[in-house]
Write a protein of this length. Structure first.
Ligand code: SAM
Length: 235
C-alpha cells in the first residue's frame, strides 16, 4: 500500500500543483490530527483520508481558479478547509480564514505560526457581521460545508469585489440546491459562471466547484442578521 506522502505527491502531480509543498501539507495534517484528540476539528481521522478527502479535495480549487496574489476570504473555514491548503499551495494569495468558533481560529493561528504563514489572517467572527466592514474587499470568497447555497451566498457574496468570484465547494448532487439559489444569487449581484465536477486523485470521490461571478454590487440591505437569513432565506 502506498504511503500518505506518496498519495499526496501523486495527487498534487495529477493536479499540476507544487509537489514541493507536500511536507507543509503533511505537517498541517499532523497538527490537525494531534489537536483533534482534544478538540472537535474533524470527523476524518485516518491520515490517508485526511490527505485525500481534506487536502486533495481542497487543492482541486487551485486547478480551477488562479489565486496568485489575490485576496481571498474563506467563510466558515472550521479546521482550515479549504483555506489552509490553498494558502500552503499558493503562498502569494492573501488569505483570511474566518470562523465563528474561536477555538478553531486559535488552532489555525497555531498552524500559521508553526508553518511560518505570516500573512494569513485568522479571524474569529460571523460572516454576516464581518461583511459590514469588509464589503466588496476580496477578489475571491471560498467555502466548503457551511450552509445551503442560497444562505451561503448571502454570507459570502457581499464581501466579494465586482469582477471577483465566490468559489463554493459542493457535492455533485447539488443541482436542486443550485436551482433554488438562482434567484438569491441574482439578488446578491452574482451570476453562476461555471459548475465544475472533479474526481479527487486516488479515489472515486467526485465533488463540485460552483463558480459564482460577482457581476454587480450587492445591495446594502444584505447580508441581514443571521436570525433573519435563517428564518427567511432568499428564494
Ligand atoms: N469549511 C470547513 C470544512 O469544510 O471542513 C468547516 C465546515 S463546518 C461543518 C462549518 C463551519 O462553519 C463551522 O466551523 C462553523 O463554526 C462555521 N460557521 C457557520 N456559520 C458561520 C458564519 N455565519 N460565519 C462564520 N463561520 C460560520
Amino acid at each position: 500500500m502506498r504511503s500518505t506522502t506518496e498519495l499526496l505527491q501523486q495527487g498534487l502531480q495529477t493536479y499540476g500543483l507544487d509537489v514541493g509543498k507536500t511536507d507543509q501539507l503533511l505537517t498541517f495534517a499532523e497538527l490537525l490530527l494531534e489537536k483533534n484528540q482534544v478538540m472537535n476539528l474533524t470527523a476524518i481521522t485516518d491520515p490517508v483520508d485526511v490527505a485525500q478527502l481534506h487536502l486533495l479535495d481542497c487543492a482541486a480549487v487551485l486547478t480551477m481558479a488562479d489565486l496568485k496574489g489575490k485576496s481571498v476570504i474563506d467563510v466558515g473555514t472550521g479546521a482550515g478547509f479549504p483555506g489552509m491548503p490553498l494558502q500552503i499551495l499558493e503562498p502569494t494569495a492573501k488569505l483570511t480564514l474566518l470562523d465563528s468558533l474561536n477555538k478553531r481560529i486559535g488552532f489555525l493561528q497555531e498552524v500559521c505560526d508553526t508553518l511560518g504563514l505570516h500573512t494569513t489572517r485568522c479571524v474569529h467572527g460571523r460572516a454576516e457581521e464581518y461583511a459590514r466592514n469588509h464589503r466588496e474587499k476580496f477578489d475571491y470568497a471560498t467555502s466548503r460545508a457551511v450552509a445551503a447555497l442560497n444562505v451561503l451566498c448571502e454570507l459570502a457574496l457581499p464581501m466579494v469585489k465586482v469582477g471577483g468570484a465566490f468559489l463554493a465547494m459542493k457535492s455533485v448532487d447539488c443541482d436542486e440546491e443550485l436551482r433554488q439559489a438562482k434567484s438569491a444569487i441574482a439578488q446578491l449581484g452574482g451570476s453562476v459562471e461555471a459548475v465544475r465536477d472533479y474526481t479527487i486523485p486516488g479515489t472515486d470521490v467526485r465533488h463540485r466547484l460552483v463558480i459564482i461571478r460577482k457581476v454587480k454590487p450587492t445591495p446594502v440591505t444584505f447580508p441581514r442578521a443571521f436570525a433573519r437569513i435563517k428564518k427567511n432565506p432568499l428564494i
